[in-house]
Design a protein around this ligand. Sequence first.
Ligand code: PMP
Length: 436
Amino acid sequence: MSKPDISRTKSAELYEKAKTYFPGGVNSPVRAFKSVYGTPLFIEKGDGSHIWDADGNEFIDFCCSWGPLILGHNHPAVREKVTEVMQKGMSFGAPTALENELAELILNNNKYIEKIRFVSSGTEAVMSAIRLARGYTKRDKILKFEGCYHGHSDSLLVKAGSGLVTFGETSSAGVPKAFADETIVVSLDDTKALDGAFAEFKGEIAAVIIEPVPANNGLLLQDKAYLQYLRDICTQNGTMLIFDEVISGFRVGFEGAAAYYGIQPNIITYGKIIGGGLPVGAYGASAEVMDHISPIGSVYQAGTLSGNPVAMAAGIAQLSELLKPGFYDDLHSKTARFVNEVQQFVNERGYPVKLFTIGSIFWFAFTEQERISTAEQIDPASMVKFKEMHRELLNRGIYMGPSGYEVGFISSAHTQEDLEITKTAIFDSLDIVFGK
Ligand code: PMP
């Protein structure tokens, strides 16, 4: 890999143009590099674990399109299957055998759901799951956790107000207060807050939604005992437990966090990996629950491009690779080794940095704390250090998501050589950040 040209002239020019077309120059906010130095890289191509920007700079990529690319970029099996299916047309708005094929791959290898519905994004999957829970329980309120992200539907763009158990406050303009009034927000990892919410809103809570592996606001790993408490309190109150596995699904294992923790939720949502890099989301549950969805049930949900054949093809090819023996063991041990080695360096140097990890996800926390399980425990001031590290890494050919609240992903395409190069870059960057 040659040293990147840090002027990144072409990306900068494209960004200037993009700003005249799109709000903030982007089609999704976090891409705009608002939390780090510089302007966004415009990516031209990706192959395996590497990406190339418009200036021809090569980077080892740990963003991996925010999670979908567990096999890396442009995996031959995915590319070939997509190309084959595309020859026959792009969309029919009628059922295809490919939908059955992807459903079989999932349902035959996942004991936590019996039926599934494909949609086109994680947001849509979660929004539909919430509607299903409300329709099924005939209740309106939902409970979510501070520090979990579930996409941008109205009911979920809600953050905690003040106090232990709170009605949410909208976290975006344009969300009616009436929506936020139906969303209760509590802290993660706090059984008392849960008890309080269920006592205060007895018989009113349709669903509790959680990222069982909260990975959108740092990596806020929860104890199994806490998730079990959540399961039990939902069961006792006739409330549906929704695991939002848009990130953790097919990532911490083929059966996601449900299997990782051995906990049966009522509904599970998926996205990202399930589509092999194309726009797919899904939600699944028992057959009895799923049969409340239209056309046989009274909960309406639909989509022009739902189950799109090209997207199904990508999902089929990608998930087939994940089912090969040893896939997850290799990926997870590679990640654990990498994280341990970086942590060891950091400890030897005495830097206040802790890497949190699960499966092939990792998160750099600039902290001395051994455990961070709630959003409130993250010190916003620590993000300055991430920002500095991000710039140093980028200038050394390492691409991480452009925010210290984002996790990194390792794919099966990352080689030992990639990880060695990355470690050296991290060590050099941290020495600069901490002024050694
Ligand atoms: N849920 C979770 C847990 C997510 O991580 C995301 C996306 N980061 C979403 C929902 C929304 O998915 P999408 O961006 O595909 O709409």
